[in-house]
Write a protein that binds this ligand. Structure first.
Ligand code: ATP
Ligand code: MG
Length: 371
């Protein structure tokens, strides 16, 4: 990155000779230099002049070098700090590095040593700023991509699906069976794309902190709602949906609608990947700290070597069940929601025998993260 002005270096040291010596050798190399004789003055100058680099003596009367480092690294994240130390013990060096110092100069140091350390710090600063700009640019692009997807892609898809549905209604029995089937396949595919985009947008919004549900809730109600919602699909697929729930569960803190979608997603998967005459079982239990919900099926199962990846975005197990449509985002959504509840989701499976998903929610000391 191009520097608009010569790099500005601030030297905070109570010894005038050090300040003058540094100033001379740095100015010779084309840097601008400011000096401060104590911490208070140094912090004030740093805040006003916004230097690129600050050299800070660790041992000074008044505000200690360590305190200055703490304050400046918090207030001015782009400022690169170098400590000057006359007693470069490992302990103080480690502490200063932990507090945000980039490098150190042990006293006494030569002009060459000083220039080398400052040059390295300038390079480090440029990289740091470049990284931040790239990160911000990436975030901006992601945001505009989300907007693009939601407006430019989802809306036409909804319209296409509605046209297909209208066409089917208008045609009535004028379509023969083959044409009817083709139209239905089109409708299914478009619907699939729509669902995928919705899932993806949900996940992106979660990344932006869109989820802020902090209500006390009874998971039993949410589980019951999900089974009511999924019962017709289970019946249509020839599956038994059974529950084994306690009378009462401790309340958790959470967002009922998101959790409803977590349960329906997992039950939905069970219906997709369990052949006819199978069984889907939902149970829940609690101890002093957790509520655990268990959703298991007697379906195809997931091979052990694929199990670690099923929560990854867009991951789908390839195999005989591939005929089932999906985007591979359902479980990613579930995992993010569980994390936002301070909870966990885990899967276990025996291939050919079935899969079990365990969802664990904290019941106390709940802190909802919204980032
Ligand atoms: N109950 C299950 N039994 C067997 N395989 C499963 C089960 N649940 C998930 N899987 C496997 O994990 C993969 C990821 O599941 P996920 O719900 O994320 O995606 P999907 O169901 O393929 O698509 P969608 O985004 O529409 O939910 C699935 O493609 C499937 O291979
Ligand atoms: Mg799914």
């Amino acid at each position: 990155m191009m520097q608009q002005r010569p790099p500005l270096i601030l030297i905070i040291d109570d010894e005038e000779s050090i300040r003058d010596g540094c100033r001379q050798s740095l100015e010779k190399s084309g840097y601008s230099v400011l000096g401060a004789a104590d911490g208070g003055e140094g912090i004030q100058i740093a805040r006003e002049a916004k230097p690129d680099i600050a050299l800070i003596d660790l041992k000074m009367p008044g505000i200690s070098g360590m305190e200055i480092i703490e304050i400046l690294s918090r207030d001015l994240p782009d400022l690169v700090l170098i400590m000057i130390t006359g007693y470069a013990t490992i302990v103080s060096a480690v502490e200063a590095i932990q507090k945000g110092t980039y490098d150190y100069l042990p006293k006494p140091f030569s002009p060459d040593q000083l220039r080398t350390v400052v040059r390295r710090a300038i390079e480090h600063r440029s990289l740091k700023i470049e990284t931040r700009c790239l990160r911000e640019e990436k975030e901006r692009m992601e945001k505009s991509f989300i907007t693009f997807v939601s407006h430019e892609m989802r809306s036409p898809l909804v319209v296409i699906r509605q046209y297909i549905e209208a066409l089917k209604a208008i045609a009535g029995d004028r379509f023969d069976k083959e044409a009817e089937e083709i139209m239905e396949r089109c409708r299914c595919r478009v619907q699939g794309l729509e669902t995928m985009i919705e899932h993806w947008l949900d996940i992106s919004k979660l990344g932006e902190g869109a989820f802020v549900g902090k209500k006390r809730l009874d998971l039993l109600q949410t589980i019951r709602r999900s089974t009511e919602e999924m019962a017709p699909l289970c019946m249509a697929n020839g599956l038994v949906l059974e529950t084994d729930l306690p009378e009462k569960l401790p309340e958790i803190l959470g967002d009922a609608e998101s959790l409803l979608r977590v349960f329906t997603n997992i039950i939905g998967n069970a219906t997709k990947y369990t052949p006819e005459d199978g069984r889907i079982s939902i149970s829940a239990k609690s101890d002093d700290y957790h509520v655990t919900v268990r959703i298991s099926d007697t379906g195809a199962g997931i091979p052990a070597d694929k199990l670690p990846f099923i929560f990854e975005p867009f991951y789908r197990v390839r195999g005989k069940e591939e005929r089932q449509r999906g985007s591979g985002l359902g479980l990613t959504f579930c995992k993010r929601i569980m994390e936002l509840h301070g909870g966990e989701i885990n899967a276990s499976s025996v291939e050919g025998q079935g899969s079990t998903f365990l969802l664990k929610f904290p019941t106390q000391n709940i802190v909802l993260r919204t980032e």
